[in-house]
Design a protein around this ligand. Structure first.
Ligand SMILES: [Zn+2]
Ligand SMILES: [Zn+2]
Length: 108
């Protein structure tokens, strides 16, 4: 018997909570085929970068956000090489899409 629990839809920007057995990631609407391409495209948009470093101590570097170009700080940890690609604001996938959308309209 599978355990039914409430799951939040993982589709970017969707906040629907539905009940499922843990195998479903998306709400009824976003389980439809037409969303699958968008979901695959979104997951290609990797939110992390690989930073190879040899430090054995914590240290902080500055980096430009790949979305907006704003400088943000990353704390590097020993033996950890995966770090966020975006500034704190744009770590949210929905906000990145929003940002790009605004650029497209040319509101700046
Ligand atoms: Zn959804
Ligand atoms: Zn940013």
């Amino acid at each position: 018997m599978s355990i039914v629990k409430d799951i939040k839809c993982e589709y970017p920007g969707c906040d629907i909570i539905f009940f499922g057995d843990g195998h479903r990631k998306y709400c009824d609407e976003h389980s439809k085929l037409k969303y699958r391409k968008k979901i695959e495209k979104a997951s290609e948009d990797d939110a992390n970068i690989l930073i190879r470093h040899l430090s054995h101590e914590l240290f902080t570097i500055g980096r430009a956000c790949d979305c907006c170009g704003v400088d943000y700080k990353i704390t590097l940890y020993p033996k950890q090489f995966i770090y966020p690609r975006y500034c704190e604001l744009h770590r949210n996938k929905f906000k990145r899409r929003n940002y790009k959308g605004e650029l497209h309209v040319g509101s700046i």
